[in-house]
Write a protein that binds this ligand. Structure first.
Ligand code: 26Q
Length: 823
């Protein structure tokens, strides 16, 4: 731990210090000298939580007094990462905590590192939800995030012999300092059984038999905004056996059976499904979905009733519910159920309310990610919801017949229920008052392609809202030196008004500013080099070009193209003397988790590691190329990597990456992007202009045209004419990379050249390769013109203001939510 400083504390800091010591005493029963670093962390977190709680009490009263409309953001993922530093920053107390901890012999960074990441998400979609809640709160908008309290978040990745292995992420093992349990607000969620209908005075009554119930127990994490008085919360629902609440089973002597049921019930919130951009019809996932949705809606209605009584027609004025991708779609039929079966409303009245309450965001156009459930499974687990979907579908068919008369094929693929499947996207499209894509290009694809026929029925409902990231985490916290330099150069306002960053453009060519900017990048690169040395045992040169691709591993993201290109560069260094002499050293850094069942993605991880072993240990290369795979990529590792990149790899097949948000994090921290015209890259290009981004490859319409034909001839021709690509491909299967197992990468070779269903090169890796190779060569050259390059980096930071999630949230609010900021 750090050496104690002797700086004098201010009275406020003295008070904070005794608060922290007080927590150590009272919470852990220890004196300061006996406290472990982890206790110091927890004590700090508890003092922060106290401060947020004080604000919360006030903010809560304001919302109540004003009767404000509220947003409930439903998401199966909230990838929060660590909370200590963001909370302290948002409370504007970073300097105080730093000083006090130093006085106690620690640094804030050391203490912050002791917090487990809350890894309750797979990737982009989950991290977006986390950025949104920060911006919502900072903009004083009343909002709740709602998700599951997974006991295990996204698995921990351990690389063994170059292969990914998965370990459980037991993030709650030391408890969670931020959450507050609310047992008094637990609700019951019911599954399965038989539904009985009867009529009483002309009103349909629903009853159940043989159903099973699970209790949903809420835990609240209060969240404060940056320099704001508002406190919002993230509500995490945890599954608890109903027998804990209802002791009947015990009285009947069924102790063991009761315990078995307890296990079965509590498994619901046990673990986050680790697939992203892919769905599989797993029963437990279906149960998770209903569990979150039903618990949340019961709570929403209870809160509404407390404030507004039972005039349910006011619900759309007071409540907006956002569905983060289709995963919480069951909220729609569940609200129908609650309004009809529990509150006694008729179908038409309920439908009128439901269709004014829900908004839906789509995050992917990948076919395998469009959620569909087998009808039998759905009916068995959620019989009443299924009945409601049947009626929704019947009425939908009438609407479709009116709009598209006689077009049975169209009705069928637009249906909620068809081909023995329940379509979640169609359920949303049939019910939500707003639908949006997450970048301009992505929204165009929704409107003109995958949701075209719904778009034509009601165009006004569709919105393009480009994603964003919170600048508080993604620069102020992760790159404090750069944030400080910006403060000194253009003043402080930019953290709340990101467009102000554009003033930095005036300094892009200023030698003094350039020098400072470059020194910060260099020092971040040194820090990452140390991290790599410690964790990978690989020595990398901070003066080399840091070229980074970190994101989930997926074929469409094309880590494969990156590796093939590295192999080609390596070959060329070995064979072309002039090239070798002029080659500017490069460090290629990867970070990626693969879904545990995605074999090919896992093989690509092995390939990256094997190529790394081959190159890093080849003396002939003379350390000119290093390839590093950073294990267990997640939010906290991203916070380091994004600050240290010279080149940011955003190379997905055009049309496939809905937006991307990692691209924005790198840009903000002054990396130059090499990318395709995909997702938000297109808008980054618009912001920085041709000189400050490296765009290559097929455009999305060109990709789409190629997807309509098998494309074998084109691929064969590339194979025949591009010898460096051909050579790299052959090395996949000739034992060059892993001599003891020649066949290891055969599947990768085959899928590129022959494809899975007669469509070779599904993701256009081969077809974009040459363009990629050329642009990489240009980057290496341009990097060496230091002044020009640093100017490009500065321009990237300067023009990134548009990608603040504050802007994104303002757009959602103007176009969709219509919330009023709390005074
Ligand atoms: C669904 C059903 C069953 C199991 C898993 C899933 C599932 C889980 C996660 C399906 C998809 C996801 C995640 C999708 C995702 O992260 N999409 C990304 O969203 C980002 C935020 O909008 C975009 O920037 C990315 O482009 C997009 O890939």
């Amino acid at each position: 731990m750090a050496v104690k400083t002797t700086k004098k504390l201010t009275p406020q800091q003295e008070a904070l210090k005794s608060d922290i010591i007080g927590k150590v005493n009272r919470h852990f029963g220890k004196i300061l000298e006996e406290a472990t670093p982890h206790m110091i962390y927890a004590a700090c977190a508890l003092t922060v939580r106290d401060r947020i709680m004080e604000k919360w009490a006030v903010s809560h009263q304001e919302v109540k007094k004003e009767g404000s409309k509220k947003l409930y953001y439903l998401s199966f993922e909230f990838l929060m990462g660590r909370l200590l530093c963001t909370n302290i920053l948002n409370l504007m107390q970073t300097e105080d905590y730093k000083a006090v901890l130093e006085d106690l012999g620690y640094t804030l960074e050391q203490v912050a590192e002791l917090e487990n990441d809350a890894g309750l998400g797979n990737g982009g979609l989950g991290r977006l939800a986390a950025c949104f809640i920060d911006s919502l709160t900072t903009l004083d908008l009343p909002a709740y995030g709602c998700t599951l309290r997974y006991e295990y978040g996204l698995f921990r990745q351990k690389i063994v012999d170059g292969y990914q292995t998965e370990l459980p992420d037991s993030w709650l093992e030391y408890g969670n300092a931020w959450e507050v349990a609310r047992p008094e607000e637990a609700v019951k969620v019911t599954f399965g059984g038989d539904v009985h209908t009867s009529w009483e005075n002309g009103v349909m009554k629903i009853s159940y038999s043989n159903e099973r119930s699970v209790m949903a127990m809420p835990y609240d994490v209060p969240l404060c905004g940056y320099d704001s008085k508002v406190v919002n919360k993230l509500r995490l629902w945890s599954a608890k056996s109903a027998t804990d609440f209802d002791m009947r089973a015990f009285n009947q002597g069924e102790y063991v059976r009761a315990m078995e049921e307890k296990e079965l019930a509590e498994v619901i919130s046990k673990v986050l499904y680790p697939e992203d951009n892919h769905t599989e019809g797993k029963e437990l996932r279906l149960k998770q979905q209903y569990f979150l949705v039903s618990a949340t809606l019961q709570w929403i209605l209870k809160e509404f009733e407390m404030r507004n009584g039972d005039d349910w027609s006011l619900l759309p004025e007071k409540v907006v519910i956002h569905i983060n991708d289709t995963h919480p779609t069951m909220a729609i039929p569940e609200l129908m159920r609650l309004l009809m079966d529990e509150k006694g409303l008729g179908w038409d009245e309920s439908w009128d309310i439901v269709t004014h309450v829900f908004a839906y965001t789509n995050h992917t156009v990948m076919r395998e990610a469009l959620e569909k459930w087998p009808q039998d499974m759905f009916r068995r687990i959620l019989p009443r919801l299924y009945m409601i979907l049947e009626e929704m579908n019947r009425r939908l068919m009438e609407r479709l017949e009116a709009f598209y008369p006689g077009d049975a094929a169209k009705h069928r693929y637009m249906a909620i229920l068809a081909d023995n499947q329940v379509s979640m996207a169609n359920t949303c499209l049939a019910s939500c008052f707003a639908v949006n894509g997450v970048s301009k290009l992505h929204t165009e694809i929704l409107k003109n392609d995958i949701f075209k026929d719904y778009y034509l029925m009601d165009k006004e409902r569709f919105h393009a809202i480009t994603n964003g990231i919170t600048f508080r985490r993604w620069i102020a916290n992760c790159n404090p030196e750069l944030a400080k330099l910006i403060d000194e150069t253009i003043g402080k306002g930019w953290l709340k008004d990101a467009e102000k960053l554009s003033k930095l453009a005036d300094y892009a060519e200023d030698p003094v500013f350039q020098k400072k900017f470059d020194a910060i990048k260099k020092s971040n690169k040194k820090m990452v080099a140390e991290y790599i040395l410690e964790h990978n045992g690989i020595k990398v040169d901070p003066d080399s070009i840091f070229d980074i691709q970190c994101k989930r591993l997926h074929e469409y993201k094309r880590q494969m193209m990156n590796v093939l290109h590295i192999i080609a560069e390596y070959n060329r260094i070995l064979t072309d003397k002039d090239y070798a002499e002029s080659y500017y050293p490069k460090t290629y850094i990867f970070g990626a988790k693969a879904a545990p069942g995605y074999k090919r993605a896992k093989l690509i991880i092995k390939l990256i590691n094997s190529v790394g072993d081959m190159i890093n240990n080849d003396a002939r290369i003379n350390d000119k190329i290093k390839v590093v795979f950073v294990e267990n990529y997640g939010v906290s590792i991203a916070e380091k990597l994004v600050t240290a990149a010279d080149v940011s790899e955003q190379i997905s097949t055009a049309g496939k990456e809905a937006s991307g948000t990692g691209n924005m994090k790198f840009m903000l921290n002054g990396a130059v992007t090499v990318g395709t015209m995909d997702g938000a890259n297109v808008e980054m290009y618009e912001q920085v202009g041709d000189d400050n981004i490296y765009i290559f490859g097929l455009r999305s319409d060109e990709v789409a045209a190629r997807e309509r034909i098998p494309g074998g001839d084109e691929v064969k021709n590339i194979y025949a004419t591009n010898s460096s690509l051909r050579h790299a491909l052959e090395q996949l299967i000739d034992g060059s990379i892993v001599p003891e197992n020649t066949n290891l990468f055969m599947d990768l070779y085959n899928t590129l050249l022959f494809g899975d269903y007669g469509y070779p090169d599904t993701y256009m890796v081969l077809r974009d390769f040459e363009d990629y190779m050329n642009i990489q060569e240009r980057i290496s050259k341009d990097y060496q013109d230091r002044e020009k390059w640093i100017a490009k980096q500065i321009m990237n930071t300067a023009m990134s203001g548009y990608f603040s999630s504050d802007r994104t949230i303002e757009e959602y609010n103007d176009k969709i939510w219509h919330l009023t900021p709390i005074k």
